[in-house]
Design a protein around this ligand. Structure first.
Ligand code: NAP
Length: 438
């Protein structure tokens, strides 16, 4: 249940002389940055170069002052390597947390909110696990918590949900929320192999040395849980969303996907019906004419489907210092100009991974007579209808890749059917099962 708390005065109202209430911002909000990496230095650039009305950078905390202190920052800004100086300063109104991770960032954010300050953060991990608790703390102490940059970086999905779409009830979310996976899969669409595109993504700084967080779907599921809370008013533990890795996707899958008029993207997907709340993250087939297929490189895209308004598509740069900093500065401006305080909480929601959609199943077999019949029996045992069987020429008989697509069926039923094939001597690898988004 969403509980808008409209009675508390806005931060700007608190900061303005009473005669000026309702007019232009009189006293600028005094801003402290925690961390001075990619996003924080871009936030500083925008604050200094664009001078948005009502915002003033006053403090920067960096643990690496010698390395990070920048000569282009005006001398009026106080630099410190003691976080307490910033957290306890009466001269700071808003803390902008841009260090990332659960700890110590979570501790800093709690302390700032306890002290009645407002907080802006881009920290998806912190908000996905502790957003509800921190929003309640902010409301109790008279501050605000804003995190418009935590999902899809510079794309205003969160402000869009808070304002433009607040009048609808969102029943479906389909998003490309991880730029690294999108970069890798759109390169594979052009013919590159997984290992090579991963190496390229790492070289370009898009992927970590250990890419599990991205390719395994963990980053996207944290973002999906935040979107579900804002869009569907559901409190979801990110750990309850089952992620599927993109590591099993091969060039052959793009070849077959194209044959079917589709491509492959990592999709974060949630659906809320009267009977079921389902969420999952993983590689899926998307039609070439779907907006999700247009998104290439590190772009992000989110398609929200409302009960009343239908589909709304957001797309753009989901990461990068400047685009993400734009979202942070927009949050700061919202505070300066009178942000509404909203506490979004519901009882924790039980999730399923049950979607009723068509599937793509890729088999890699040592070919022999009777394989199709065997698979057909397995699918029929769960009442699953085959839509098409596609076998492109040119694969060796001993490592033959072919694809079956099936009519919409429950994910759990297909899983059971495929499990009955475990141990079959003709299977070289377990079948790859991908949802098809139609
Ligand atoms: N980069 C993006 O495109 C992007 C997009 C959306 C959201 N975000 C989010 O924005 C936040 C910042 O990301 P970023 O890319 O700017 O990270 P970054 O470049 O690695 O910068 C992080 C900054 O925080 C400091 N820091 C990290 N851990 C710290 C600790 N334990 N104690 C003290 N300082 C610490 C780092 O200190 P040092 O200077 O000593 O390294 C650095 O200054 C993260 O929550 C991230 O998820 C980033």
């Amino acid at each position: 249940v969403s509980e808008p708390n409209l009675s508390a005065p806005s931060l700007s109202a608190q900061l303005q002389p009473s005669s000026a209430k309702g007019s232009r911002v009189q006293n600028p909000i005094r801003i402290a940055l925690l961390g001075f990496g990619t996003v924080a230095s871009s936030v500083a650039r925008i604050l200094i170069e664009s001078k948005p009305e009502g915002l003033e950078l006053t403090h920067v905390y960096s643990r690496s002052l010698a390395r990070r202190k920048a000569e282009w920052v005006p001398s009026s800004v106080t630099w410190t390597d003691h976080v307490d100086v910033v957290l306890t300063s009466p001269d700071v109104d808003v803390i902008v947390e841009l260090a990332g991770g659960l700890d110590p960032a979570g501790n800093w954010v709690r302390r700032a909110l306890e002290a009645g300050k407002s907080v802006v953060t881009a920290n998806k991990k912190l908000i996905s696990y502790h957003g509800v608790e921190l929003e309640k703390l902010a409301a109790a102490k008279g501050g605000h918590l804003k995190y418009g940059a935590a999902v899809a970086g510079g794309i205003p999905v969160i402000p869009g949900l808070e304002a433009g779409l607040a009048g609808d009830r969102i029943k479906r979310i389909e998003g490309i929320l991880n730029g690294t996976c999108n970069f890798m899969l759109s390169k594979m669409e052009d013919g590159a192999e997984y290992a090579n595109v991963l190496a390229e993504a790492q070289k370009l700084g898009y992927a970590e040395a250990d890419p599990t967080e991205d390719v395994g779907g963990f980053d996207a599921r944290a973002k999906l849980s935040i979107l579900m809370r804002l869009a569907m008013r559901l409190t979801v533990n990110p750990d309850a969303i089952v992620p599927h890795s993109i590591t099993e996707i091969q060039a052959v899958d793009f070849s077959y996907a194209r044959e079917l008029g589709c491509t492959i993207r990592q999709i974060a997907r949630a659906e809320c019906t009267d009977a079921n709340v389902a969420a999952t993250v993983g590689p899926m087939l998307v039609g070439l004419r779907s907006p999700l297929a247009w998104s290439r490189g590190t772009e992000n895209m989110v398609v929200l489907t409302g009960h009343y308004g239908g589909d709304v598509v957001f797309s753009g740069h989901g990461a990068g210092g400047h685009p993400t900093a734009v979202a942070v500065v927009s949050d700061l401006l919202a505070l300066a100009h009178g942000s509404r305080r909203v506490v979004r909480s519901s009882a924790p929601t039980a999730l399923s991974a049950e979607f009723e959609v068509p599937h793509y199943i890729r088999f890699l077999v040592n070919d022999k007579p009777g394989i199709i019949a065997d698979i057909t029996v397995a699918l029929a045992s769960e009442g699953i209808n085959i839509r098409a069987i596609v076998q492109k020429p040119g694969y060796p008989q001993k490592a033959l890749a072919f694809v079956m697509t099936v009519e919409p069926c429950k994910s759990s039923a297909l899983k059971r059917a495929l499990e009955t094939l475990n141990g079959k001597d003709y299977l070289i690898a377990p079948p790859l099962d991908l949802q098809i988004l139609e």
